[in-house]
Write a protein that binds this ligand. Structure first.
Ligand SMILES: CC(C)(COP(=O)(O)OP(=O)(O)OC[C@H]1O[C@@H](n2cnc3c(N)ncnc32)[C@H](O)[C@@H]1OP(=O)(O)O)[C@@H](O)C(=O)NCCC(=O)NCCS
Length: 169
């Protein structure tokens, strides 16, 4: 296992999108998709405070949170990361796109990069995501990337796990 924090924050460059550390100046553009402990920010100050907590979780080795960057414009279109389980060799993925960037394949591409990093660099033995039965967009992203439903949870929740031959070999 190679848990965070790393000597250099891992920026991952893909063809369509890149994953990189969110800059303080970018937070005002992602207020509506800033969450901490499932609470959504309603003001930029709150989003900045949340970003501070997220950075501390990274420094403490408990999570890694990336901004998703559209390589064509260099603009942040969403966020994703691993937010729980790292100490047990597992990673719970979370992901969200700004509304105007949905439906263009940004998240599927970003999560593919995050999975690759999780397996090859962190050394995760398991990757999972939790969503709800009515979250069609999230389910499509997960199923497109070879996640399979493994459990029904309380309150309409569902748990998906990434299954790959390479990962289990
Ligand atoms: C979940 C969420 C990220 C999905 O967003 P999305 O835009 O549907 O996902 P992608 O960026 O991967 O785009 C996929 C869509 O773009 C289309 N697309 C266009 N170009 C594409 C490409 N190159 N690659 C893949 N898909 C492409 C796909 O056909 C798909 O459209 P469809 O749903 O009509 O089939 C978004 O709805 C969201 O942020 N929701 C709120 C947060 C949330 O629920 N998070 C999940 C909690 S675990």
């Amino acid at each position: 296992m190679n848990l965070p924090p790393y000597s250099i924050f891992p920026n991952i460059i893909g063809d369509k999108v890149s994953l990189r550390q969110i800059q303080p100046t970018e937070v005002n553009g992602i207020v509506e998709i800033s969450y901490y402990n499932a609470i959504q920010a309603t003001a930029v100050e709150q989003a900045i405070e949340m970003q501070g907590k997220i950075n501390k979780d990274y420094t403490d080795g408990n999570s890694i949170h990336w901004g998703i960057i559209d390589n064509l414009t260099d603009k942040i279109v969403g966020t994703c990361g691993y937010y729980r389980g790292l100490d047990k060799g597992a990673g719970e993925l979370g992901f969200v796109l700004l509304q105007q960037y949905r439906g263009q394949g940004f998240m599927t591409t970003a999560i593919a990069l995050a999975i690759e990093f999780g397996i090859n660099n962190i050394g995760l033995k398991r990757i999972w995501a939790e969503t709800t039965q009515d979250n069609e967009g999230a389910i499509k992203v997960l199923e497109r990337l070879n996640f399979f439903k493994i459990a029904d949870l309380d309150d309409n929740g569902i748990e998906y796990e990434f299954i790959s031959r390479r990962y289990h070999s």
